[in-house]
Design a protein around this ligand. Structure first.
Ligand code: MN
Length: 134
């Protein structure tokens, strides 16, 4: 079965670009335009990877990542943050919030699918992160 990737991104152009690229590389794509919607889809679908835009209206991507990693059903999900080039320090914030990796925006369409493939391969090779003790 093709890996399923949940794209949480509020910008419709970016969301479509990322989704089209992933689908062209045989990933199954789920989409959400807000963190709240993304959390619902993540819980229902348990995707293989969550691509998380950090800058979202309402709840932001850092808070959404903490919610996923703190949820009993979703704590094992792998999250890769999409961080803006201009926002220095976003990478550290993303990792501190529990993201398993990050990619900078704007994405490079030539290297993006390969980077996603590498993330998925590395996540498969390593044991899922165990839930943090309460
Ligand atoms: Mn955004």
């Amino acid at each position: 079965m093709n890996p399923r990737i949940l794209v949480i991104e509020d910008n419709p152009v970016n969301r479509e670009l990322v989704s089209d690229l992933l689908e062209a590389h045989h990933y199954s794509v789920l989409q959400a335009s807000t963190a709240e919607e993304g959390l619902r889809v993540a819980e229902q679908q348990l995707p293989d990877l969550v691509l998380m835009d950090l800058s979202l209206p309402g709840m932001d991507g850092l808070a959404a990542t903490r919610a996923l990693k703190g949820g009993l059903a979703t704590c094992h999900l792998r999250v890769v943050a999409l961080t803006a080039h201009a926002m220095r320090g976003d990478e550290k914030l993303a990792l501190d919030a529990g993201c398993d990796g990050y990619l900078s925006k704007p994405i490079d369409t030539r290297t993006f699918p390969g980077s996603i493939g590498e993330f998925i391969a590395s996540f498969r090779a390593s044991a899922p992160t165990s839930p943090k003790a309460a």
